[in-house]
Design a protein around this ligand. Structure first.
Ligand SMILES: Nc1ncnc2c1ncn2[C@@H]1O[C@H](COP(=O)(O)OP(=O)(O)OP(=O)(O)O)[C@@H](O)[C@H]1O
Ligand SMILES: [Mg+2]
Length: 285
């Protein structure tokens, strides 16, 4: 195993890794299993040498650069969850190993493992016995009550991350956490944008990213072009029932309004928003 620790003592890292190996994962994503230990998250991966799925990073130079950037951004009060260190088998093809992170505060913005019951597309989440209907209603109402400042900060942070060419995966709502004190936080940041890797010529303006991705706290409607996979499907509408659906739509509208105000506060224009509504349909709006 090759290891590199940036912001954690090697002894502590080794202790966490041996604990994780004895545990069952609390969560899983597409690539990773997450072991949550106190204020740490240990993530197993089979793709440490790949950035954004296809870009090879065999010497992990890009990854190291991201880690340094995230630590720097956290010092600038951007709500990223930094990577503290990693270890991996250098002989494995795509990089089998572990990443140690700070643990995000609060809970997933929306837990995709639960929400996937309502999505058009199902991913490889651990099955969850949480009651999906109860979950979506209470969680949406909780997010609707989040203060405007938290939304403002969320949009601000998306723009800063974009300026640093850090790729945010808006395809999962579990890539964001929300805590009523800490506000919105970003996890699953392990790649740069395609522009940084020379895969595209055009560098997106960060506001162009924020004006689409910044609506992540909202639920999307069937027929949305952007994020079609995570729109609430017809099954969800049927299962939630008319009366509760109205409450959900109302809460979602409140969230939508707060997102829009946050965008205006961060210099995104109404015109830019109107443009994004050509591809983005918000549930109940
Ligand atoms: N730092 C963290 N704090 C708390 N929970 C975490 C943390 N990192 C990951 N998790 C949990 O584990 C889940 C999966 O982690 P993550 O999003 O990093 O992997 P992934 O979705 O498999 O990544 P990829 O998109 O590369 O396949 C998260 O949605 C979250 O529930
Ligand atoms: Mg993820």
């Amino acid at each position: 195993m090759q290891e590199k620790y940036f912001a954690i003592a090697p002894e502590k890292a080794k202790e966490l890794l041996s604990q994780a190996k004895e545990m069952k994962p609390a969560k899983r994503g597409i690539d990773r299993h997450a072991y949550l230990i106190d204020e740490y998250a240990v993530l197993s991966t089979n793709r440490l040498k790949l950035r954004n799925v296809i870009t090879r990073d065999d010497d992990l130079a890009y990854f190291d650069e991201i880690i340094e950037t995230l630590l720097h951004l956290q010092q600038q009060s951007v709500a990223v969850v930094p990577i503290l260190g990693y270890c991996f088998d250098p002989d494995s093809e795509n990089g089998n190993g572990y990443i140690i992170q700070q643990r995000a505060k609060g809970e997933e913005l929306y837990d995709d493992a639960v929400m996937s019951k309502y999505y058009a597309h199902t991913f490889a989440y651990l099955s969850s016995n949480v009651d999906a209907k109860e979950y979506i209603l209470t969680r949406t109402s909780f997010i609707a009550n989040a203060p405007q400042q938290h939304f403002d900060k969320f949009i601000r942070d998306i723009i800063i991350l974009g300026n640093h060419n850090i790729l945010i995966d808006f395809m999962g709502k579990s890539n964001f956490f929300y805590d009523d004190i800490a506000g919105f936080q970003f996890i699953d940041l392990d790649s740069h944008t395609d522009y940084r890797y020379g895969l595209i010529d055009h560098k997106y303006d960060s506001k162009e990213i924020a004006v689409i991705g910044g609506f992540a706290p909202c639920h999307f409607a069937t027929g949305t072009k952007a994020f079609a996979n995570i729109a609430l499907n017809k099954k969800a509408i049927k299962k939630i029932g008319k009366q509760k659906l109205q409450q959900l739509a109302q809460d979602n509208q409140i969230i939508f309004e707060k997102c829009k105000i946050a965008m205006l506060h961060n210099g995104i224009t109404q015109e830019q928003m109107n443009h994004s509504f050509e591809t983005l349909k918000i549930f109940g709006c």
